[in-house]
Design a binder for this molecule. Structure first.
Ligand code: CUA
Length: 249
């Protein structure tokens, strides 16, 4: 009977196809996407580093962004990605990998991805999900983590020192234009010779200015009263003040 032969051939074909797929999955190490029925949907994204180069990522798709929006991994990382949606159905495609899953309300889908090569992997939504669907994107940075360089000292913006002087009310007593005040003017101060009440002298450098802020009574300029309070000023602010005073020639 011809129908019986066709049926048997069809069964053999399906079995063979299943075998080939199973073999391909085994030999290439492809993680099959899975719908997990024992994991509750979540609404918060997170990245958990389980071991060096092993990550568990909870990815949440929502109108119209991914959470976390940016993820950083080192090359060679294996990520177990659990995908949930906070609202409607989204499709999540990590460009450059074979990760392409639906984010379905009420369900958690899972796939494992290995990020072999450095680069920025764009994450896009490929299921129409509303007004801003076309802008729904995230990124996974795969880069060697350089030893974090020390943060560069904040470059004081022009006028930063002036603002600091005003912040600590220094200008209430010290003018910046040479006019008289309760304390000596800052104009022409930097690099000038200071003569103190006790007869000693010094050249006004950064150290002197710093000392004068922290311990004003140590060197009282001749002709002025010892009235300035000690000011707890952070080093960065002192630096900004000194830089500003330097410009007051
Ligand atoms: Cu989310 Cu389209």
């Amino acid at each position: 009977m011809i129908e019986k032969r066709v049926a048997i051939a069809a069964v053999i074909f399906v079995l063979a196809l299943t075998g080939v797929i199973a073999l391909a999955v085994r030999t290439t190490g492809i993680g099959l996407p899975t719908c997990l029925t024992d994991v509750r949907p979540f609404s918060q994204g997170k990245v958990i580093e389980q071991a060096p180069k092993r990550y568990e990522i909870h990815y949440v798709a929502r109108m119209w962004k991914f959470d976390p929006p940016e993820i950083s991994l080192v090359p060679g990382s294996v990520a177990d990605i659990y995908l949930s949606t906070a609202d409607v159905t989204h499709g999540v495609d990590i460009i450059g990998t074979n990760f392409n899953l639906m984010a379905v309300p009420g369900a958690v889908n899972y796939a494992r991805v290995k990020f072999e090569h450095p680069g920025d992997y764009l994450v896009v939504c490929n299921e129409y999900c509303g007004l801003n669907h076309q802008n729904m994107a995230g990124v996974i940075h795969v880069t060697e983590k350089a030893a974090a360089p020390p943060p560069p000292p904040a470059a004081p913006a022009a006028g930063a020192g002036k603002a600091v002087l005003e912040q600590y009310a220094c200008t209430a007593c010290h003018s910046v234009d040479g006019s008289a005040g309760t304390g000596p003017t800052f104009k022409g101060l930097f690099g000038s010779k200071r003569v103190f009440a006790d007869g000693t002298t010094t050249i006004a450098d950064e150290e002197y200015i710093e000392r004068s802020i922290e311990k004003p009574s140590a060197n009282v300029v001749k002709g002025f009263d010892n009235v300035m309070p000690e000011m707890p000023v952070p080093p960065a602010d002192i630096h900004a003040i000194v830089q500003y005073i330097e410009t007051l020639k």
